[in-house]
Write a protein that binds this ligand. Structure first.
Ligand code: 6CS
Length: 368
């Protein structure tokens, strides 16, 4: 069938093919902890089988046992299990890797791979994230807020782009409960709020919102709130119940106002270069686990708020519930914050107008 020369060429090609197949196998096995798209494309959908070994530094902004800490540890548990230990996580609580602003910067540079970073801290870096700083914008129905934070085109479209421009991939926005005011006086009317030194997170639009409501906003580091309240450097502060209780603010405050003026929102995010450098299967796995933890976190934060309320009720602090008329008076004063936000950029205008519509539609579906 072959003459001598043809037989020689055939044998050479056969030997070369065998060698190429063998080399392919070697490169897969070599691994070096670095996965490749070629491996993903070869139909290997199991992260454990890819050989990519990843250790994630996951930083958050709260103390041990707080909502963000429970979230981060749930993420650790699930991702380590689902990746058969190929992805491992070290969780860092507030202060362990610097201030909350340092964590944001480390997330941008890639010194930290994953973090929970709240818009209350990112406002100067990503001005459009201040959409989360506007009081009375979200619904009084937490189910509505959960749906919107999970699905919003405004948040996962133009707002996500703004995070990406700063080197951050935002996975999911989520909530940690209603915000309550604590103060050393009862606050139910704008008159009561006049001149009160309210501690705020450092974002300029939160500061503006409190000015609009008549207060004297005083940005303070999270770790200094207790001492500042104790020494009367500030008169009051806002935070979800679990945080009020775990930080012992009830020890240094006389009144706790059920003001429901806002919800505490945050975002779970990754360093963009790091995340995009992972294999597709590991990117998918991380996104899948974040979604699972997000869904779980809604009931978790609710339980934490309930436990905190039970605890606070046994303490020496008066709980005051604002009526809807009283809340309305503060809401009207805060409306200009929305106009301020729109001035930030065209994207901001688009984000707030879309989000307002999405909240309205979700309320029509789920109730106000
Ligand atoms: O008020 C603060 O600074 C903090 N509050 C909460 C609920 N989480 C993190 C943040 O540091």
């Amino acid at each position: 069938m072959f003459n001598k020369k043809g037989l020689y060429v055939f044998m050479l090609m056969f030997v070369l093919s065998i060698a190429l197949i063998a080399c392919g196998g070697d490169s897969d096995d070599a691994g070096n902890g670095a996965d490749t798209d070629a491996e993903t494309d070869s139909g290997n959908d199991d992260a454990a089988a890819s050989g990519e070994q990843i250790n994630l530094k996951f930083a958050h902004e709260e103390g041990q046992g707080d909502v963000q800490d429970l979230y981060a540890n749930k993420f650790k548990e699930l991702i380590e299990e689902k990746s058969d230990g190929n992805i491992t996580v070290d969780v860092y609580t507030a202060g362990q890797l610097g201030s909350n602003m340092d964590v944001l910067q480390s997330l941008q540079t890639g010194a930290i791979e994953i973090a929970i970073t709240s818009p209350g801290f990112s406002g100067d870096v990503i001005p459009e994230s201040q959409i989360m700083a506007i009081p009375f914008l979200f619904s009084d129905n937490l189910e509505v807020n959960k749906k919107v934070l999970n699905e919003s085109e405004a948040l996962y479209g133009p707002l996500a782009e703004k995070y990406e421009e700063k080197g951050i991939t935002p996975f999911k926005f989520w909530l940690e409960g209603f915000m309550w005011w604590t103060a050393n006086k009862e606050i139910t009317t704008p008159d009561d709020m006049k001149g009160v030194k309210m501690r705020t997170m450092p974002t300029s639009l939160i500061i503006k919102s409190y000015e609009l409501m008549g207060a004297n906003p005083t940005p303070t580091d999270s770790g200094e709130i207790y001492t500042m309240l104790q020494t009367k450097g500030i008169d009051g502060q806002e935070n979800p119940l679990f945080y009020v209780y775990s930080s012992n603010f009830h020890e240094v405050q006389d009144y706790l106002m059920d003001s429901k003026h806002h919800i505490y929102t945050t975002v779970t995010a990754a360093n963009q270069d790091f995340f995009e450098g992972l294999s597709q299967e590991n990117q998918d796995l991380i996104r899948e686990v974040v979604q699972e933890v997000n869904d779980w976190s809604f009931d978790m934060q609710d339980e934490e708020a309930e436990k905190a309320l039970e605890g606070i009720k046994t303490e020496d602090i008066e709980i005051v519930e604002l009526t809807s008329e009283q809340r309305q008076a503060f809401k009207e004063l805060s409306l200009d914050a929305r106009e301020e936000y729109k001035k930030e950029s065209d994207a901001a205008k688009e984000i707030i107008e879309t989000l307002e519509k999405e909240i309205e539609e979700a309320e029509a579906e789920l109730g106000e």
